[in-house]
Design a protein around this ligand. Structure first.
Ligand code: MN
Length: 254
């Protein structure tokens, strides 16, 4: 089946979840939200989960296997990676996951493979390429809107203004998007070579993209929870998977 052969392989970064009940208390599991898997399946990609590993050669091999990298949401990035001491509002950090994803991001970038970052994925990309974060929005920015919504995950709660002449604007073709919001951190200083493609009404950066690469795009919200309900969110995954198709065709020489 030629069609199946053309499907791009999308590696989804994962987390380590410590089990807190049952027979295996204290053991860790590889964990990723199933919505990420469904989003890739729905837009024509072949998803596979990337377990956290820290051996350089293994990460290199993980990158070789994929046509696109999906950086999923999760824990806070260790502030040491942007030169700060931990603030009071810092939450759970996992050093192994940080190291794994930072190396994935560097290698995918070098290989010209598309990267789509979601929530923590946006923060991780900003840090690995030289930016910094607010460790806790509410203590750093008193006038901030609510960014940890209490409504259903598929419901958008705050607007973002989409910046014109950006890849994001080209994809969603709208000046505003209603997004869901589940973050307590945000970008403080933007990494060099990135531009802002979306902001919430309180001025926080809600989306970024890298200028020297065909597709490195990240959003602070969770389109994987909305793609069944919001056409622009579906379009984001379609654009990412199509960028991976293009990258795959380049490496096949066809
Ligand atoms: Mn938000």
């Amino acid at each position: 089946m030629n069609h199946a052969l053309n499907k791009p392989f999308i590696g989804i970064s994962s987390s380590l979840l410590t089990i807190n009940q049952g027979s295996f208390i204290g053991r860790e599991r590889t964990f990723v939200g199933y919505d990420y898997v469904q989003s890739v399946v729905s837009t024509g990609g072949v998803p596979f989960v990337l377990p956290v590993v820290t051996e350089e050669e293994l990460i290199y091999d993980q990158i070789k296997m994929m046509d696109g990298l999906l950086l999923s949401g999760g824990y806070d990035v260790n502030p040491q990676f942007y030169g700060e001491e931990p603030a009071q509002g810092l939450e759970t950090v996992n050093q192994e996951r940080d190291l794994h994803e930072m190396q994935l991001a560097r290698l995918a970038y070098q290989a010209g493979k598309p990267i789509f970052g979601i929530c923590r994925g946006l923060q991780l990309l900003n840090v690995v390429f030289g930016g910094s974060l607010y460790q806790d929005i509410y203590s750093a920015i008193p006038h901030a809107l609510q960014h940890d919504q209490k409504m259903k995950p598929q419901m958008g709660t705050h607007q973002v203004n989409v910046v014109e002449n950006t890849l994001l604007h080209q994809i969603v073709d709208q000046k505003q998007l209603l997004t869901n919001s589940y973050h307590h951190q945000a970008i403080k200083t933007l990494a060099p070579t990135f531009i802002v493609n979306a902001r919430s009404k309180d001025g926080l950066i809600e989306g970024i993209e890298k200028k020297d690469h065909p597709f490195i795009l990240a959003v602070q919200w969770h389109p994987e929870l909305m793609f069944n309900h919001s056409l622009p969110m579906l379009k984001l995954f379609e654009a990412f998977v199509q960028a991976a198709v293009k990258r795959k065709e380049r490496s096949n020489g066809s």
